[in-house]
Design a protein around this ligand. Structure first.
Ligand code: HMG
Ligand code: MG
Length: 298
């Protein structure tokens, strides 16, 4: 393998919690983020500044940002849908702005109440604001492999959205398998097409594991040269506006896989396991990762 360093973006505090019926206290969210940083994660998606009516679980984003103990070298980011959200996020001192939209029209409308075209217009000033503040911008492209409403999404459609986000100034693209339908051949094919649009070093994979294909897709990504993967500790997650979506690829399983394959990550395995066990007690239910399942039986 050519690349031996891989980075992991921990999205548990945002994606992991946005679809949970159990309300996690602000204090526990703060502790979660602090523990993740202490375990060695360098990129943590702390929360989202979306409309609280749409995602009440993350309505306390400001309070969470105010409570965390920032570690030097850690990037604390948030998901942002519009200028209103960006203004809130800037007041909280985010280190990176994560914007998002879908490659399929129907999911985009269900998720942000706008057409794809209207979403580009909504995101342009957000990206401009980020640049003014010298903040990096990640652009999620959801339903990059399949849409709960439209089925398989053609690669050309995804490439078009990616190109336009890059033209708007997004630094990094994270391809979202929102409902966990992708298989490795599809990942390989899409990455080969996208490599002509932007360097593979600027593409991340954000995989949900609905059908157990996520780790195979990580391997396809690694083989194509991807060096950044998203995960959610314990495997929680899912978009409430994507029926059938289930948890993210579990970071604890992902790190086992990467480490055993000889990739370097900055994460301390012992602290990671302790944090996962603690997080399970906070969520008051068994978490779906394989790592947690093994730990519960031990
Ligand atoms: P809308 O209802 O069309 O917006 O929602 P609006 O501008 O008409 O505003 C409605 C109300 O929300 C107003 O309040 C606004 O002030 C308020 P009211 O006057 O009714 O009291 N509002 C806000 N408040 C706080 N912060 C804001 C904000 N914006 C509006 N930023 C909107 C449009 C985009 C806001 C809404 O659809 C929304 O918040 N959607 C987000 C849905 C979401 O978070 N989905 C999950 C994240 S995406 C995901 O999980 C996929 C990903 O993981 C990758 C993958 O897996 O594929 C990233
Ligand atoms: Mg997601």
């Amino acid at each position: 393998m050519e690349h031996k360093r891989v980075s992991v973006v921990e999205v548990g505090p945002r994606d992991g919690l946005q679809n949970e019926a159990h309300t996690v206290s602000t204090q526990d969210k703060v502790a979660f983020v602090d523990r993740l940083a202490d375990a060695g994660f360098r990129r943590i998606e702390v929360s989202s500044f979306v409309a609280p009516k749409w995602i009440p679980q993350l309505a306390d984003a400001q309070e969470v940002f105010a409570g965390i103990h920032r570690r030097p070298g850690v990037e604390y980011s948030a998901l942002i849908p519009n200028v209103r959200g960006m203004e809130r996020a800037l007041r909280c001192g985010i280190d990176a702005a994560h914007v998002f939209m879908s490659a399929s029209e129907t999911h985009n409308r269900k998720n942000v109440n706008k057409s794809i075209e209207e979403t580009f217009s909504a995101l342009r000033p957000v990206i401009d604001l980020a640049h003014t503040e010298h903040l990096p911008v990640r652009g999620y492209v959801s339903t990059a492999f399949g849409c709960p409403y439209e089925g398989r999404v053609p690669a050309e459609q995804v490439m078009d959205v990616v190109k336009r986000l890059v033209d708007l100034g997004v630094d990094e693209i994270s391809l979202g398998d929102t409902i966990g339908v992708a298989v490795p051949t599809q990942v390989t094919g899409l990455l080969a097409g996208l490599a002509k649009v932007l360097p593979i070093s600027r593409i991340s994979l954000h995989l949900h594991d609905t059908r157990g294909t996520a780790m195979a897709n990580v391997l396809a990504g690694l083989q194509a040269g991807v060096t950044c993967f998203d995960g959610s500790l314990g495997g929680l997650g899912g978009c409430p506006y994507a029926p059938g979506a289930s948890g993210n690829l579990a970071t604890d399983d992902l790190l086992y896989f990467l480490t055993q394959m000889g990739y370097e990550t900055c994460v301390d395995e012992g602290k990671l396991a302790e944090t996962a066990a603690w997080f399970e007690s906070v969520m008051q239910k068994p978490l779906p990762s394989h790592a947690r399942s093994i730990a519960r039986k031990a």
